[in-house]
Design a protein around this ligand. Sequence first.
Ligand SMILES: N[C@@H](CCC(=O)N[C@@H](CS)C(=O)NCC(=O)O)C(=O)O
Length: 376
Amino acid sequence: MKSKLFFLLLAVMSLTLIIACSEEVEEAAPQVEVTKDSHDDDDDHDHDEHKDHSTLEEVLERGVLKCGVNDNLTGFGVVTSAGTFEGFDIDYCKAVAAAILGDASKVEYVPLTASARFEALSSEEIDLLIRNTTWTASRDRDLGNDFTATTFYDGQGMMVYADSGYKTIEDMAGATICVLQGTTTELNLDDRFKSAGLDYTPLTFETNDPLQAAFEEKRCDGWTTDKSGLASKRAEFPAAAGGPEALVVLAETLSKEPLGPLTRDNDSEFYDVVQWVVFGLIQAEESGITSSNVAAMAADPKDPGMARLLGVPYGDGKVADFSFGVDPTFIQHAIKAVGNYGEIYERHLTPLGLTRAGSLNAMWTEGGLIYAPPFR
Ligand SMILES: N[C@@H](CCC(=O)N[C@@H](CS)C(=O)NCC(=O)O)C(=O)O
């Protein structure tokens, strides 16, 4: 126990040092969690807390899904001028609400910054986090999260002014780079420059708006984040600052950024529903089921697999029961609400210029990674 106390003290001291000396907020956060988990007495308690109640039951009782989202990233999660949320991630919140509650409007959106998002999930402020979040080993291990299947395969990029002359990262020795705190971006940036022996100065921000202001004032030479985020910010770059044409995204992809939803650890009923909604919308695309034909397909499924996916009998058979604690027609509700994977992509990401064909986000049948295990 004494040695536990020593390590606890050591962890608190190093955390203080990290916060005081650097801006690597994300590295600091897992240490807090690890310290918590290293208490002998609390160890089981922490896990039991999440085992004891099911988020699925809570959502069903509450009648509303609390979804942690981005409110400042066109394409993924943004608030419109009418005050409504929209985007690729937002549609997944809607799909889960439709699957569990039969109504895609029963979502309470909780906007979160990159550095606040994990705490919001573990403290149960939200049920589900869908905020362009990258699946990494340490986030899975230390933060009490479980990642479902990836909904968008991304990678980190670097955006610079077209007239800067920068063509590669190697050209950027000595540059100042704008980056968001609490992101994988911040850590990958450091890996990339350090391993190439390149000096750089990170200029870190809690949110995008002040970051963009700094970039427009040319206080930084490069802006790095997920390539999807760069496409989104470039498309909206104000004419007064030169518009999209003033910017280029370098060809290099610095990292793998598989983005997708997260639930809490040890919450498997809820996790399963979210996971199979993600897969269900992929399978719907593969099976040719869309928001407009789903009712007709449910009335007359083309094959037993389609009947299982939509939770309806095939011929004289019975309805397959996947025992997810929700209505067997849950995927049908999700498809009705937001359409299949391809429809969601088309609606939110194609307009940003994120071409799907030939990318990792193409269907597996077309050489991509978008694949659902069998519904049986
Ligand atoms: N996928 C990365 C980066 C996520 C991230 O926060 N990206 C930025 C830029 S794409 C963002 O969402 N900014 C919106 C904001 O913070 O206002 C991660 O999980 O750490």
